[in-house]
Design a protein around this ligand. Structure first.
Ligand code: PLP
Length: 382
């Protein structure tokens, strides 16, 4: 049989392509094992000598988790992937794999809060300093670089204001100074952005969000070059031990089956709701890179092939009224995570009294969601 090669995300997530050992099972079995044993002691010694690729102990390689990791690497177009117990475990491992005591990091200002805290509060105890930059302005980032800068940390787009970084420019800057680049790609998922193809070294995802897709799992992944990921395996992966459980890996694989399908539908729903909001007079700014009015829409089109369904808008309606508005919503539940089937709202009051309203648009009928937003605005006489 001639082997067919595919780049289709839909095809990649549909077939497990595992060997004939599993009775033709269409899904990968769950290896609910801590331990794997050997017939002879020589075989055990051989496996230990090649620990990165051997199945010995689940705080290392587990066949179910490996199946998920291989799938994720393929989806991102990367050589290797390692899964973790949470997105933050993946982010911490990736960041720590790039820096030594005394190094310097350049990080995008609007990155995920706990990732920011890792750099701003925690890494200082290893004398690792971080300069936070806007991310829209390459010159500012160039000026922030120091002789000891070893990491440029990106999140494009950011997940509250949805600002992009030019991936190729940042990758080029990092190469010039001998630093690594990491991007948090959770918003685009592996479906709508391929940062490795733009020269970024490592992609991290909070799998808790779109990859799980059902608000019932927590996990993370780091994807990148095999050489770097193998070193990360020996150090941050095995030493911190924040591994993904095989049961969870199996459920993430289930989520992956419909990831491309969900992403396309979520994109459509999100844009429909965003287009409705864009025309409302009480909204002073929309933050959704998929809208033509977004100041970085051209950059969006050049480095992404679609958009997630999490976005925000800004209004001068006072926070007090907006709380009443949010509480009036029937379909948008009040919550901070996203990526599941259900729509969500989360608001933040800015020092200048603007309210930033972040909406996650789920898989409900978008017209129902729009009607819900309308009736809630009517209830506060907006
Ligand atoms: C949720 C989130 C994370 C962290 O993921 P956990 O699985 O909760 O640890 C990282 N980045 C972004 C953009 C997120 O939304």
């Amino acid at each position: 049989m001639q082997e067919i090669q595919t780049n289709s995300k839909e095809t990649i997530v549909t077939h497990d392509m595992h060997d004939g050992r599993h009775y033709g099972a269409v899904t990968h079995p769950i290896y609910q094992n801590s331990l794997f044993t050997f017939e002879t002691h020589e075989e055990l010694e051989e496996a230990l000598a090649f620990e990165v690729s051997s199945i010995i102990y689940t705080r290392g390689n587990n066949p179910t988790v490996r199946a998920l990791e291989e799938r994720l690497a393929e989806l991102e177009g990367g050589e290797e992937a390692r899964c973790f117990a949470s997105g933050m475990a993946a982010i911490s491992a990736a960041v720590l794999s790039t820096v030594q005591a005394g190094d310097h990091i350049v990080c995008v200002d609007g990155c995920y809060g706990p990732a920011r805290r890792l750099m701003e509060e925690y890494l200082v105890k290893f004398q690792i300093d971080t300069t936070f930059v806007d991310g829209k302005d390459l010159l500012e980032a160039q000026n922030a670089v120091r002789p000891n800068t070893r990491l440029i940390y990106l999140e494009s787009p950011t997940s509250m204001l949805f600002e992009l970084q030019d991936l190729e420019q940042f990758a080029a800057l990092a190469k010039k100074i001998g630093a690594k680049t990491i991007i948090d790609g959770s918003w685009a998922s592996p479906c709508f952005q391929s940062p490795l193809s733009h020269g970024i070294d490592m992609v991290v995802h909070s799998m808790t969000k779109y990859i799980s897709g059902h608000s019932d799992l927590i996990g993370g992944v780091v994807i990148g070059a095999k050489q770097h990921l193998d070193q990360l395996f020996r150090q941050e992966f095995q030493l911190f031990g924040g591994i993904l459980h095989p049961q969870s890996a199996n459920l993430f694989m289930r989520g992956l089956r419909t990831l491309p399908l969900r992403m396309h539908k979520l994109q459509e729903n999100g844009l429909k709701v965003a287009h409705y909001l864009e025309n409302q007079s009480f909204i002073i700014k929309m933050n959704h890179p998929g809208l033509k009015s977004h100041p970085q829409h051209e950059l969006y089109r050049s480095q992404m092939s679609g958009s997630g369904s999490l976005f925000s808008f800004e209004t001068h309606i006072p926070m007090e009224s907006m709380r009443c508005w949010a509480n009036q919503l029937q379909y948008f539940r009040k919550g901070i995570s996203w990526g599941g089937f259900e729509s969500l709202v989360y608001m933040r009051n800015q020092p200048d009294n603007r309210v930033i309203v972040r909406l996650y648009v789920g898989l409900e009928e978008p017209d129902d969601l729009i009607n819900d937003l309308k009736q809630a605005f009517a209830s506060i006489e907006a």
